[in-house]
Design a protein around this ligand. Structure first.
Ligand code: UDP
Length: 335
């Protein structure tokens, strides 16, 4: 299939492009590099031996997007392009409403204009808020969002449901990601946070390499076995493979709307991650305990049975693998 990947040079996007190419599909990337670099394309080629087609455009630009659809025969779209910093979304909500919701409106509009009816969308477990029951399943209720970022994911999910209801040919798969970490085992692609990382694992690797002085554990007084928050950390390559499976399922289905949790099904605490990082890198990490971070939920991890059963997918990497790969990547980019 010819798959258009918006935000295909980003962290999850680039790993998904690799998996698409390795599964025999063609990938057409659109990315405006606001949060990524063009060298990612060279590295995708080094890993796969294939060079994805690239258009440097903003997916909000429907004229340019439409031109891509005219030029390429697009069978389906994976839509990643979005802003993702929770804190920034609180300070600058309009940026998030415009880019995250506006971007999906543009992409869906242009898809319809060109009779392309297959969409995979990157959503997030933030839609569950602080779930009453863990592991949380897809049927759990959606909680009021804590941030504009989280709200844009909820609105985008609703938009996709509404388009599905209004159009008998439309097929979509909404993937609710848990916490993607790691990097490609080749060490050639990975996460490139701009400025101070918000996420735990890039903060750990930047501390270990000496860019940050110390990690702060955001709260050790939660009602969890070691007092720190629990999350479901999934290797980015496993997450990327789920997109290919979701797309392949859509290609064999008629009018369908899928929603899948993409996580490992296991919870790990902040201290578990620190200890595992120290073990696999045989080093000591500088860290201290600080205050709880506003908006953090105590524990969330996935019930991933639906994805395992219906997508013929299973996460294969461990947290040890993911942290080792993240560390290799950090070392490679600082050379
Ligand atoms: N965390 C931390 N220190 C940091 C960054 C994150 O203790 O510098 C914790 C955070 O409170 C949460 C977990 O690590 O419990 C994962 O946070 P992250 O921002 O990576 O992902 P989130 O679950 O918020 O999407």
């Amino acid at each position: 299939m010819n798959i258009l990947v918006t935000g295909g040079a980003g962290f999850i996007g680039s790993h998904t492009v690799v998996e698409l190419l390795e599964a025999g599909h063609n990938a057409i990337i659109i990315d405006d590099f606001r949060n990524s670099t063009p060298s990612v394309i060279d590295n995708i080629e080094k890993i796969t031996g294939k060079r994805p087609t690239l258009y440097k455009i903003d997916c909000n630009n429907t004229t340019e997007l439409s031109a891509v659809f005219r030029k390429e025969k697009i069978d389906g779209v994976i839509h990643f392009a979005a802003d993702k910093a929770v804190g920034e979304s609180v300070k600058n909500p309009l940026k998030y409403y415009k880019n995250n919701i506006g971007g999906l409106v543009s992409v869906t509009e242009v898809m319809k204009e060109h009779n392309c009816n297959t969409l995979v969308f990157s959503s997030s477990c933030t839609v569950y808020g602080n779930p009453e029951v863990v592991p949380v399943s897809e049927s759990a209720s959606i909680q009021p969002a804590h941030s504009p970022y989280g709200y844009t994911k909820q609105v985008c999910e609703r938009l996709i449901q509404d388009v599905y209801t209004s159009d008998n040919s439309f097929k979509a798969s909404i993937l609710r990601y848990f916490n993607p970490i790691g990097a490609h085992p080749s060490g050639l692609i990975g996460e490139l946070p701009i400025g101070t990382p918000n996420n735990l694992v890039p903060y750990i690797t930047q501390t270990a390499i000496g860019i940050r002085e110390e990690l702060t554990v955001f709260g050790n007084d939660y009602n969890t076995p070691d007092g720190s928050c629990i999350r479901d950390y999934i290797h980015v390559v496993d997450l990327a493979k789920a997109h290919v499976k979701a797309l392949e399922k859509l290609s064999h289905s008629e009018h369908i709307l899928d929603i899948f949790n993409i996580g490992t099904g296991n919870g790990a605490s902040v201290y578990d991650i620190i200890k595992t990082f120290e073990k696999v890198t045989d080093s000591k990490l500088n860290y201290k305990v600080g205050k709880r971070r506003e908006g953090d939920v105590e524990r969330v991890y996935a019930d991933n049975k639906k994805a395992i059963q219906e997508l013929n997918w299973k996460p294969k990497y461990t947290i040890d693998d993911a942290l080792m790969h993240a560390w290799n990547w950090e070392q490679n980019i600082r050379k």
